[in-house]
Design a protein around this ligand. Sequence first.
Ligand code: UDP
Ligand code: MG
Length: 317
Amino acid sequence: MADILYIVVPCYNEEEVLPETSRQLKKKMTDLIRAGKISERSRVLFVNDGSRDRTWELISELHEQDSIFSGVDLTRNRGHQNALLAGLMTAKKSCDMAISMDADLQDDVDAVDRMVEEYYSGCDIVYGVRSSRKKDSFFKRFTAESFYRVMNFLGAETVFNHADYRLMSRRALEGLSEFREVNLFLRGIVPMIGYRTGTVEYERGERFAGESKYPLKKMLSFAMEGITSLSTKPIRYITILGFLIFLVSIIMLITFIAQWAMGITVAGWASVICSVWAIGGLILLSLGVIGEYIGKIYLETKSRPRFLIREVLDDEI
Ligand code: UDP
Ligand code: MG
C-alpha cells in the first residue's frame, strides 16, 4: 500500500491563482496515484490565512466538487509561516508525508515526483532548492542571497536558496510539533529536527497571477525575525565590541604614560580621552554581559526539545 501524501498550500488573497493551482495539483496527484506512488487517500490541503477576497469560498467549492481537496480556515491573517504550520499540523494527523508549497505555482510542481522518490529512498526531510534565480529581478536576487549569507554569519543555520518548498515525513512533522516557539521561522527550525535529509533542485518560476504578498517591508521584518528568533549572536558581538573598546583605552593609557615619560604632554587631554574610551567600553561590555543572560532566558523560554529520538532498541519499552 502506497503512502499518503498531503500537499499543504497556504493562501492569502489568492482567488486569482486558485483555479489554475488546483487544476495543476489535481493533475499531479492523480498521476502519482495512478502510478501507484501515493495512496488514494492523499489530499491537497489549502489553508486560508484570513483572506479578504473569495479564497475560502473557492476552497469550499473545490472541496465539494472533489474530495481530493481539503481546507483549513484560520480565524484571521496570521502570516505565511503560521498558516503553513497550521496546515502541516492538521495534515500530520492523517498523512505519511507532507509537502509545503506556495499557492502561486512559483515552486515547480514537477519537483514533487522527485521529492516523493527521495522520501521512499529513506529521507525524512527533502528540501527543494532553487537551481538558479535567473527569473528573479536583480534586486530580489541580491537581497535574498545577502539574506542567507547574513543569516549564516549571525549563526542562524539555514539551507542556502531553500524557501518553504519541502517534503517532511510524519515523524519529522511530529518532531516539528515539539518546537513550541511562537516566533516561527520554519526554515531555521526544520534543520534542527535531524533525520536523513535530501535535496531536490528546481527552477523557481514567476508568480503567474496576482501580486506578491511579500513586499520589501515584510521581507525585511521576516529577515529580522529569522535572525532574532534563531540566534543570540548579535549580543555576543556587543560584548566583543565593548571588550575591544576597553582594550583600546588601556593601550591609549600605556602610550600616554610612555609619552609623558618622554615629556610629550598636552595638559588634561589624555585623561579625558582615556576615560571616555574606558567608560564607553565598560558600559558596552556590561550591556553585553547582561545581554548574554537575557539571551539565555530567551532561548529557555522557547522550550525547544533538547533531543528527538529516532528509534529505541529495548524489548521492555
Ligand atoms: N501567504 C500567506 N499569508 C500571508 C502572506 C502570504 O499565507 O500573510 C501565502 C501566499 O498566499 C503564498 C505564499 O504565502 O501562497 C507565498 O507568498 P508570495 O507568493 O506572495 O511571496 P513571494 O513568492 O513573493 O515571496
Ligand atoms: Mg510567490
